[in-house]
Design a binder for this molecule. Structure first.
Ligand code: ZN
Length: 650
């Protein structure tokens, strides 16, 4: 007996150990503290800087090398970015309007190949010391490899010091000087940035087109520049009272600097990038929208119309915030700045660069990136659809809500714009699926194009920009709207909040998202990931035979596409009544709850995906039926909708 007790005890201990080892661990994150001092000479457009870092290796691995991004080296003739753009430009398509378009980014084209020595960008690391000792390094264009004299042990802290020099390129893509809109400096990707090391290893991606992934940490940045320039940046300005420019506290009189320069000090915590911009003619407006958050806008404007449009950005951002937080989680930082600069919109930590003051698809899109990029920090190279697609989705939801609530009462838009808005809101009511129809159209075109590649493709390695952008933005947005269809609205609304709560500041991957969706909805979703993310299989269902048997009607639905889905079929009857027939998919091992209580809903036995056909029955006579329609909400991305509806003639 005693022996038995010991054996049972041992077994229990082993079981406990087993589950401790195999329980899902919190995902570890590297950590970094940057302390950077840079000097920008506005005559030569060159910067020199010292970058001190404290790097904590929280991984279980010993690191023998370090990697840094040197993004600006991309802006040189024959760089990988240049070669790639010119290669893609050789692909010529005919668009829907019958125009010939090239597959390169219209902002990049062959511009890099034409940069003169004064216009190119570069970043040179003059020296790198690790724990005070000079290290060997080698630059592979936009990636610097450092071979360590002494490896970094797991859970150790290391101090790193880099001395660097750089030339600000003419603005081609994102960062640079003298943009088309006349912004002197758009300073993104401006410092040697530590490459993220994660559970998949070093993410040393050359800068070809996409660039976002970084180490969470704290930034303390000193920027010395000609004192006539106003600086807008990530983080909180620390020395406002000595800077002036209206940043100083009320009642403080700043003393005029005797030197020609000013040093601006910004600090930002728990972020993975740092952007700044500078111009002698920036205008600045801001609003403290709550105790712990101030919104800023920095822009150049020649007239009152432009002033009004930029004021509208500030106004709209404040109105959007409660919607965003209610739907997608709390904004945690004390500041956010909309800064005119760069090309188009590009999101950074606590700030974005915007070309102009557009709201939807622009200011809103970048504002949303605070969630689906800065907060969640998905690896943009590997899972661009999780930041661009989710952002596209949330921007469309936000915009539709804003158009029907606050936009009509904005004091900063004209009566003409307000009238256009009315027509837009009315038009949107007829477009299915609600709020996301544009993304569906983009995805359908992609699916038909013959150029589609699975969403697992690395962002820089899609064969075409066309496939990259439609997959990442549109198919990524459809992923969410279609998920709403699968799990039901009630679960879906909880999923995005649960995702935020569980994965903020942790670089989630697709599986992490799917696991959250499964836990919240109680529905198994691995199949959805396998088909929608890992394959290019498409959905096509069709109405098949209809037979009257003993006064009841039997209806057959056919699965013509390779991707299986749960199916909803709406029956409309001649007496005006309706029935929604719901057929869950066996792979779900569950079903969604009713989304609309006002319609009679009949839940059928699940459809086993291996069967190409499914038959169900309604108690009503075939004579009573007016129409049969698969997926009436149109949230299922059925690539051929013409066979979805059957109208029975009288
Ligand atoms: Zn975006």
């Amino acid at each position: 007996m005693k022996n038995m007790v010991i054996k049972t005890g041992l077994l229990l201990l082993l079981l406990v150990l087993f589950f401790r080892v195999y329980a899902q661990p919190e995902r570890w994150q590297q950590h970094i503290k940057y302390n950077i001092s840079v000097n920008l000479d506005v005559l030569s457009n060159r910067i020199s800087g010292v970058e001190k870092m404290e790097y904590t290796n929280n991984s279980p691995d010993t690191l023998y090398k370090l990697y840094f991004h040197l993004y600006w080296n991309a802006f040189q003739p024959n760089s990988s970015m240049d070669e790639r753009s010119r290669e893609l430009g050789k692909n010529v398509f005919t668009n829907r309007r019958g125009e010939e378009v090239r597959d390169w980014d219209g902002r990049v084209t062959d511009r890099i190949s034409k940069l003169t020595p004064n216009e190119i960008g570069y970043q040179k690391v003059v020296s790198i010391k690790v724990n005070g000792i000079e290290q060997k390094m080698r630059a592979y264009e936009t990636i610097l490899q450092v071979s360590l004299d002494k490896s970094l042990l797991p859970h150790s802290k290391t101090s790193i010091e880099i001395v660097f020099e750089a030339q600000v390129p003419i603005q081609v893509r994102r960062s640079g000087r003298d943009s088309k809109e006349g912004i002197r400096y758009s300073m993104s990707q401006w410092y040697p940035k530590m490459v993220e090391y994660d559970y998949q290893g070093w993410n040393a991606n050359q800068y070809i087109a996409r660039e976002f992934y970084g180490v969470w940490g704290d930034y303390d940045v000193n920027i010395t520049i000609d004192k006539r320039y106003m600086v807008a940046a990530t983080g909180l300005l620390q020395n406002a009272n000595s800077i002036g420019y209206g940043f100083e506290n009320a009642g403080i009189k700043t003393t005029v600097s005797k030197s020609n320069t000013l040093t601006w000090n910004f600090k930002g915590e728990n972020i993975h990038d740092f952007v700044w911009a500078a111009d002698p003619n920036y205008k600045h407006i801001s609003k403290k929208v709550r105790n712990d958050l101030t919104l800023h806008v920095f822009y150049k404007a020649a007239d009152a119309t432009a002033d009004s449009a930029w004021n509208n950005v500030l106004w709209a951002a404040e109105k959007a915030l409660p919607f965003l937080e209610r739907k997608y989680g709390k904004y945690p930082w004390p500041q956010y700045s909309f800064i005119q600069g760069g090309d188009g919109g590009m999101e950074y930590a606590m700030a974005t660069l915007l070309r102009g003051p557009g709201i939807e698809g622009n200011a809103f899109h970048e504002w949303v990136h605070s969630w689906y990029q800065q907060l969640l920090g998905t690896n943009e190279s590997l899972y661009p659809w999780m930041d661009e697609g989710f952002t596209q989705y949330a921007d469309a939801e936000l915009s539709a809500w804003y158009d029907s609530t606050f936009a009509p009462i904005s004091p900063y838009i004209s009566q003409v714009e307000k009238n256009n808005l009315k027509a837009k809101v009315e038009g949107a009511k007829n477009k299915l699926p609600i709020n996301q129809s544009d993304s569906y159209v983009g995805y359908f075109n992609l699916a038909k194009s013959g150029m589609e590649e699975p969403l697992t493709t690395h962002a820089d390695h899609y064969n075409t920009n066309y496939a990259y952008s439609n997959a990442s933005y549109r198919k990524g947005a459809v992923f969410l709207k279609q998920l709403e269809y699968i799990v039901g609205k009630n679960s879906f609304d909880k999923i995005l909040l649960a995702y935020y709560n569980e994965w903020k500041f942790k670089h989630p991957n697709p599986n992490d998202f799917i696991r959250v969706a499964e836990k919240v909805s109680g529905i198994e979703l691995q199949w959805y990931k396998e088909y929608w993310i890992n394959s290019t299989k498409t959905i096509d269902y069709a109405v098949g035979d209809i037979n009257l048997v003993g006064g009841k009607t039997k209806i057959t639905i056919k699965r013509l596409g390779y991707m299986p889905m749960p199916v909803e079929v709406l029956l409309k009857f001649k007496d005006g009544s309706e029935e929604l027939h719901y057929i869950p998919l066996d792979l779900m091992f569950g079903e969604k709850i009713a989304e609309d209580d006002t319609i009679k809903r009949i839940v059928h036995k699940e459809w086993y995906w291996v069967n190409p056909e499914y038959e169900f029955e309604t108690d009503r006579n075939i004579k009573d039926i007016k129409s049969i329609e698969i997926d009436p909400s149109q949230r299922m991305a059925d690539v051929k909708r013409t066979n979805n509806k059957l109208v029975i003639p009288d």
